[in-house]
Ligand binder design. Structure first.
Ligand code: BGC
Length: 745
């Protein structure tokens, strides 16, 4: 399965060196085998009264040069390329393995991809929970939910014997067609950074090294290994890099993964500005920087720019690194620092003191969390004429149409793909995986008295006939996305838009449920009564959708991304794809590659700068289809009584409807004119549970960092003096409360 994933995406990746290719072609070099299990840790570094830094220093002193080098690189593609039989001894399988040093009790590093759950479990007969997407987590705007998400993944990693996660994707939704948006947390740096930070902190509390990725500006998949992103420092620091800054600082993550692309002329994994200057110096990151898989391009340049670990091979950080240290090209002090950082992260989360205790995972708990998370993250986008919730007692017939809703719900693809429990729900769908959580069955369970019939939607006439004969039509639509490719457009693929329009014309009570990795366009929006954005809702997604349709769950989620009406409204209406090879450029193909891959670099100018998402729509005065921060409920809320100071905002939120619910309150600030940013930014948010008629007073702290601009001349953050405008409400385009405060020098 993983091999298929890789093969399918190869034309878009640089992730195959000749060694990896040799594996693909079945001429694998013998995998190194590593000695017996690590000894029980012993030595002065086992003194728990010492700090992680002190303990790491003691270990560094005890290591030989060869042992140090061996801790800084991977040992091949393992499971990702060859399957279980190609694994080094003791490797559990999954993305990466680095043997420890038995004589000193240094544990093996067992890394697993875990963006939305632990991947690659089934091939080894293990279990892990496929959670709703990371973009769904962001739709909760709920740090407690993000913690629960992180704890579950951490616990399931531990249960399986892994001690390092490769999740934590946080690249901003600058390009809404990015195939990996489902692994990320939307378009706002403060929302994305806060939630990823909370998730990683909770994951690390399970004794697992966390990871935040892909650092940085890896905002599209097309040509990801060859694209040189051109963007200004202020724009970066206030957008994508701010998300990383918040997540790194909040979580104390042990690792950050640098990305495939180049930024302002240098590969991210050998970019001194990004790695040394910003991440290590300015953010104070104490952990280690790990390369994305085959994203290391040099030895001395990368090591001296701040890269600490090459994965998953040893092309640059194996014998080449040893030579570079011996020749002085990489100072020994730098090598020691690289090793120190790895060991420090291991001590900090307890890998020496409290290694994973493999055990039977609590499957029931996993399923429960998956369902609860889905319920909190499905966004109600439209609900005309009180179409929802459905009252089961009054409905005689329901048409369920399309998107394999009889079988399951869609999952995202690539290295974030979690094996479907029980296998792919849709036979023959290849790499497109569906979790066995049938919306049809779940709807039937909610409406036992109604006739609930299914039509696959492949023949619009049949679907229309069923819709006509039913009280209500629920049309499921999908947009599969995954690593390695971007969506070709914002449109739903195939004839799904036409299907929705045809069904809507046949039945005035049409409800659409969207399963997508990010924003999609909805040309039929005015013709349907209700729309739910379910994202890729995980292994209990069908049940969660039904719970919302029938009102057992009152929806509370809000969009962490803007939905454009059409591509024409995006900063880059046409996505910047890698240009095709020029005549005679075959020589630039990857050596030995059976595919023609254009290795020519190309530039993307992110000239929208920090105007990502809603900031773009606000600054350009464009109307999105659905704005950032938007989402409906089955009840209504009112806001009143705003009081502002530079440090705090206080206001009241009241549930003015008849159902209990939870409201996400959003606080935006517009900086003084002198800041040169005449558009608002999110500066605080919270989620408040309210019974019917109940009202609560909310006080939120304002973090001065979130009110600041990045001053390139001073190379630092600056709180501009003057008047700040504050707006509070339930969506970036519905902010009834307004106030101001001043900050004087
Ligand atoms: C992805 C990473 C992932 C790694 C290991 C790469 O292709 O970009 O996100 O962690 O593979 O599977």
């Amino acid at each position: 399965m993983t091999t298929t994933r890789l093969l399918k995406t190869l034309p878009h990746l640089s992730k195959f060196s000749s060694a990896a290719l040799a594996l693909v072609l079945g001429v694998a070099p013998a995998m190194a085998q590593f000695g017996g299990p690590p000894h029980k840790p012993a030595g002065p570094w086992m003194d728990k009264t010492l700090t992680a830094d002190q303990r790491a220093d003691l270990v560094v002193k005890a290591l030989t040069l060869d042992e140090k080098i061996a801790l800084l690189h991977g040992n091949g593609w393992g499971e990702l390329m060859g399957g279980p039989d190609r694994l080094p001894l003791r490797a559990l399988g999954n993305a990466g393995f680095i043997p420890g040093v038995p004589r000193l009790g240094i544990p093996d590093l067992q890394m697993a991809d875990a963006a939305v759950g632990v991947t690659h479990s089934s091939v080894f007969g293990r279990y892990s929970t496929p959670l709703p997407s990371a973009i769904a987590e962001a739709s909760s705007w709920d740090v407690d939910l993000a913690r629960e998400y992180g704890s579950l993944i951490g616990r399931e990693l531990r249960d399986q014997g892994y001690n390092m996660s490769l999740g934590g994707g946080i690249d901003l939704t600058r390009e809404p067609r990015n195939g990996r948006n489902f692994e990320y947390r939307g378009e706002d740096p403060i929302l994305a950074g806060t939630l990823a930070g909370a998730e990683m902190k909770a994951l690390q509390a399970q004794g697992i090294i966390g990871d935040i990725k892909h650092y940085a500006m890896n905002d599209q998949e097309s040509g990801r290994s060859f694209v040189n992103v051109k963007v200004g420092k202020r724009a970066m620091r206030e957008s994508d890099l701010l998300a990383f800054e918040i997540a790194v600082k909040e979580s104390g993550t042990g690792a950050v993964m640098c990305s495939y692309n180049l930024v302002n002329g240098d590969y991210a994994c050998e970019n001194n500005y990004l790695l040394n200057e910003v991440l290590k110096k300015d953010f104070g990151f104490q952990g280690f920087i790990i390369s994305d898989w085959s994203a290391t391009h040099s030895t001395a340049k990368a090591a001296n720019a701040g890269l600490d670990m090459e994965m998953p091979e040893s092309t640059h950080f194996g014998s080449a690194l040893k030579k570079a240290v011996e020749s002085g090209e990489v100072p020994l002090s730098r090598l020691d620092n690289m090793v120190h950082r790895v060991l420090r992260s291991e001590f900090a989360v307890g890998l020496f003191d409290n290694p994973p205790d493999r055990r039977v995972p609590d499957v029931f708990h996993g399923l429960e969390v998956a369902e609860r998370v889905a319920e909190q993250t499905i966004v109600l986008l439209k609900n005309a004429n009180g179409q929802l919730p459905l009252a089961a007692a009054n409905i005689h017939s329901i048409a369920v149409i399309g998107s394999h809703a009889d079988a399951g719900v869609l999952s995202g693809g690539g290295s974030g793909q979690v094996d479907a429990i029980g296998g792919n729900a849709v036979a023959g769908s290849g790499d497109v995986v569906w979790h066995r959580s049938s919306p049809l069955k779940a709807i039937r369970a909610k409406a036992p008295g109604a006739k609930v019939a299914y039509d696959p939607g492949t023949d619009a006439n049949a679907a229309v006939a069923l819709a006509k004969a039913s009280d209500v039509a629920v049309v499921f639509v999908n947009q599969p996305t995954g690593e390695g490719n971007d969506a070709p457009s914002l449109s739903l693929p195939g004839r799904q838009d036409a299907l929705v329009s045809a069904v809507a014309a046949a039945n005035p009570h049409t409800i659409v449920v969207v399963e997508s990795g990010g924003p999609v366009s909805m040309p039929w929006i005015d013709r349907v009564n209700a729309v739910l954005e379910a994202w890729y809702p995980g292994t209990r997604g069908g049940e969660a959708v039904a719970g919302i349709l029938f009102g057992d769950v009152n929806p509370s989620a809000k969009l962490p991304v803007s939905f454009a009406k059409t591509e024409a409204d995006l900063p880059h209406p046409t996505e910047m794809l890698q240009p095709p090879p020029r005549q005679g450029e075959e020589a630039e193909m990857f050596p030995g590659a059976p595919w023609r891959i254009n290795t020519r670099r190309f530039d993307i100018e992110y000239d929208e700068g920090l105007l990502v998402g809603y900031k773009w729509y606000d600054a350009k005065d464009k109307q999105p289809l659905f704005p950032f921060g938007y989402g409906l409920s089955y009840t209504t809320y009112s806001y009143s009584g705003l009081k502002t100071t530079p440090a705090q905002v206080t206001f009241e939120v009241k549930n003015t409807g008849k159902r209990a619910g939870a409201e996400i309150a959003e606080v935006y600030a517009t900086l003084p004119q002198a800041a040169g940013e005449p558009f608002k930014r999110l500066v605080a948010f919270t989620k408040i549970s309210l019974d019917p008629g109940e009202s609560k007073s909310v006080t939120l702290d304002l973090n001065p960092h979130y009110l600041s601009i990045f001053n390139e001349d001073k190379n630092g953050w600056e709180l501009v003096a003057g008047e700040y405008a504050v707006q509070v409400g339930g969506s970036s385009r519905d902010l009834p409360l307004r106030g101001t405060f001043r900050i004087d020098r």
